[in-house]
Design a binder for this molecule. Structure first.
Ligand SMILES: *Cc1c(COP(=O)(O)O)cnc(C)c1O
Length: 485
């Protein structure tokens, strides 16, 4: 059979060594800012589509294809990558992912992924323990924080709605709602709308000057929402929030949730890893009182995307997110508890990657201290960077960072309002076009800020100092612009 050629072992060996060589050379170059090219080799979408549309018909050489993909990608391992919250994955983690792809054993039922399923249980036990939970805790791994938050909130709905929405539909009871800060990740709103709660299903709680939930508003917002005829069933804390990395006062939210018997969910997609460091753990106090926590490994645990844990303090709730029966898969008459190993029962996915294996293998290889040091080191770097910005007359810090996210802007005396926003936009687009740095921007209380996430372990303080110098250079080159007085 001709197409078995594609499965020939010796062919594979040759191709695999070639790919590993390509990635090794790439890693060498990209980690050295002196010898590497742009962080993001920006090409407008339509132009790039043209190139790859043409190549689709002609390219038959995997090495060249991979080389082009490597060269044209956003370089997360570059020390000047300080953009979105996706980590430069451990190179060995990427190899684990390749093994996962090769074996393709990460499935809905135990028989289709035995090892990954038990590894998943083991790492979830470890994560639950680090959150401060007992053996009653349980959960699943799923594809990303967005899917994870939806999974947790589905369980919250089943537990707290007061009627069986899953089987009888939303019309069988009053409209539902949850409370969350105005700094929460958009996927919380998306989850509520996926669940059919409409726009009014998410009630935004204002934040204080640190961009943390202002918990003094909770009682009033709850009463207002109930007066409108909605049943509030959950309150969501962000730990940390996406834009500024602020950590909501989790104890206060937990008190409120307890008082009103609401579900308390913590979106720790980015920040849950902070519990690994004894000092940072203090900033997360109260997380142990949550009913459910979402924790991304592809952010602060250095794994390739996507691996997200959804963990329930009372593990039985993890069986309620998708409280349906698929008897052809899971067999009749099994009680929930003795089928913990048929993971597809409790996830949005049926088939999924061997994420249990990838996370277990990464943690087991490097050990917990490696990760706690990494987490603490990145937050410390953010604090040093913030100090530098605070001392500079020509920069403004948005807020003292609690996490490894720093928002700031360049200031020109006398310049205000929209002009200031346009200036930040120009700075960012010039920096990205130059390829020297990749950073993002965010709007806070109407003002535009430059935003950096210090997530790459290779990024050093000196390089952040150079970033500020670089921004000053960009601004002086804008000299002829009417924006600069
Ligand atoms: C990143 C993030 C998400 C989304 O997670 P994905 O894994 O990108 O889907 C959700 N919430 C918070 C707080 C985040 O930081």
């Amino acid at each position: 059979m001709e197409n078995l050629q594609a499965f020939d072992p010796e062919n594979f060996r040759k191709q695999a060594y070639a790919v590993i060589d390509q990635l090794t050379e790439y890693l060498k170059l990209v980690q050295d800012p002196k010898s590497s090219g742009p962080v993001l080799p920006w090409i407008p979408p339509n132009q790039l589509l043209q190139k790859w549309s043409a190549e689709f018909e002609t390219i038959r050489d995997p090495q060249r294809l991979i080389q082009d993909v490597i060269a044209g990608s956003n370089h997360l391992h570059h020390p000047h990558y300080v953009g979105h919250q996706v980590t430069a994955p451990l190179p060995l983690g990427a190899l684990f992912s390749m093994v996962s792809s090769f074996l393709n054993n990460g499935s809905a039922v135990y028989e289709m992924g035995m090892i990954s399923s038990v590894m998943e249980r083991r790492v979830l036990q470890w994560m639950a323990q680090r959150l401060g939970w007992s053996e009653a805790a349980d959960g699943v791994l799923t594809s990303g924080g967005s899917a994870g938050n939806l999974t947790a909130l589905l369980a919250a709905r089943q537990a707290k709605a007061g009627f069986d929405v899953w089987n009888n539909g939303q019309d069988a009871g009053p409209p539902l709602a949850l409370l969350v800060s105005d700094q929460a990740h958009y996927c919380i709103k998306r989850a509520a709308q996926v669940m059919g709660w409409g726009e009014g299903g998410v009630v935004l709680i204002p934040t204080d000057e640190h961009y943390r939930m202002d918990t003094s508003q909770l009682e009033r917002k709850l009463k207002e929402t109930e007066a409108e005829g909605r049943r509030v069933i959950a309150v969501v804390g962000s730990a940390c929030s996406t834009a500024t990395g602020s950590i909501d006062p989790l104890h206060e939210i937990a008190d409120f949730a307890e008082r009103h018997q609401l579900w308390f969910h913590v979106d720790g997609a980015h920040g849950a890893s902070f519990v690994l460091d004894p000092t940072l753990r203090k900033t997360m106090q109260g997380i142990e009182r949550a009913d459910s926590v979402v924790w991304d490994a592809h952010k602060m645990l250095l794994t390739p995307a996507l691996i997200t844990a959804v963990i329930f303090r009372n593990g039985r709730h993890s069986y309620e997110s998708f409280a349906q029966k698929a008897s052809y898969l899971f067999g009749e008459g099994n009680t929930e508890v003795d089928t913990w190993y048929d993971l597809g029962k409790r996830t949005l996915e049926c088939t999924k990657n061997m994420m249990g294996f990838v996370l277990y293998a990464s943690l087991a290889t490097y050990g917990e201290t490696f990760f706690s040091r990494y987490v603490a080191g990145r937050v410390a770097l953010a604090q040093s960077f913030a100090g530098l910005i605070r001392e500079a007359d020509d920069f403004e810090l948005a807020v003292t960072p609690e996490a490894n996210i720093v928002c700031f802007r360049y200031v020109v005396p006398g310049m205000t309002g929209e002009d200031m926003d346009i200036l930040q936009e120009r700075i960012r687009s010039q920096l990205i076009a130059s390829g020297r740095y990749y950073l993002v921007q965010t709007r806070l209380r109407g003002k535009l800020f430059l935003r950096t996430t210090l997530i790459n372990p290779a990024t050093e303080f000196e390089q952040l100092k150079a970033l500020l110098a670089d921004i000053r250079g960009v601004v002086s080159n804008l000299g002829d612009s009417s924006l600069i007085v």
